[in-house]
Design a binder for this molecule. Structure first.
Ligand SMILES: Nc1ncnc2c1ncn2[C@@H]1O[C@H](COP(=O)(O)OP(=O)(O)O)[C@@H](O)[C@H]1O
Ligand SMILES: [Mg+2]
Length: 210
């Protein structure tokens, strides 16, 4: 049984990660691939508890290094208990956010910088990286409009201001520029089906499908 692949979906609030993970999971299933979908922070019962700590509060509840540590603590559990066992049994894993979110939000958004996040990454999960990352790109304005349209309560990150979200967006684009073999940027303002098609085509090109 060949090892599965980890594909991560990244991007700002309301970029369409949850929407696209469902569509891409179905498209991969239709090609005969076993898929499991998961999310960060979260993906194990313990990591979901950490998710609650990070997202339920007000912004500023935790110092930003503490936040980054909690994200990586949750990620280590997620990787060891959920992602790696699935990959080993040949299942493909689609994750709604992964390490690039910590780099974009804490590294660029909160200003901790790349080196500190790289160091935490190395301590928590070594050299592990996703096989491929789809970055759904939209402006902070467009993100705001979608959050207003969705009308749900906002989590701690969704309550942060536009300048923070501008830095997060620039961070994701910089990550993609630095790692073009792993990352593909898709215009998140295209119609849903066009976003799915662009992401699926990139997955097929880069990872190959049966
Ligand atoms: N391509 C798109 N065009 C317009 N609206 C979209 C698109 N993709 C998602 N949406 C809408 O934007 C909102 C946020 O989408 P969602 O998938 O929950 O984003 P995320 O998980 O990245 O926060 C939802 O109301 C969803 O229906
Ligand atoms: Mg979502």
């Amino acid at each position: 049984m060949p090892r599965g692949r980890l594909i991560t979906l990244e991007g700002g609030e309301g970029a369409g990660k949850s929407t696209q993970i469902r569509a891409l999971g179905a498209a991969l299933n239709a090609r005969g691939i076993a898929v499991t979908t998961t999310r960060e922070p979260g993906g194990t019962p313990q990591a979901e508890t950490i998710r609650g700590l990070l997202l339920d509060g007000e912004p500023g509840t935790f110092d930003t290094i503490t936040q980054a540590l909690l994200h990586y603590a949750a990620r280590r559990e997620h990787l060891r208990q959920t992602i790696l066992p699935a990959l080993e049994e040949g299942t493909w894993v689609l994750s709604d956010r992964f390490s690039d979110s910590t780099m974009a939000y804490q590294g660029y958004g909160a200003g901790l910088g790349r080196d500190l996040i790289d160091a935490l990454h190395s301590i928590a999960i070594g050299t592990f990286k996703p096989d491929m990352t789809v970055i759904l790109d939209l402006t902070a304005d467009q993100s705001q409009a979608r959050l207003e349209g969705r009308g749900e309560d906002r989590n701690a990150y969704e309550k942060l201001d536009q300048a923070f979200h501008d830095r997060v967006r620039a961070g994701f684009l910089d990550i993609a520029r630095r790692e073009p073999d792993r990352c593909v940027v898709v215009d998140a303002t295209l119609p849903e089906a066009a976003v799915t098609a662009a992401a699926f085509e990139a997955i097929e090109d880069r990872l190959g499908l049966p």
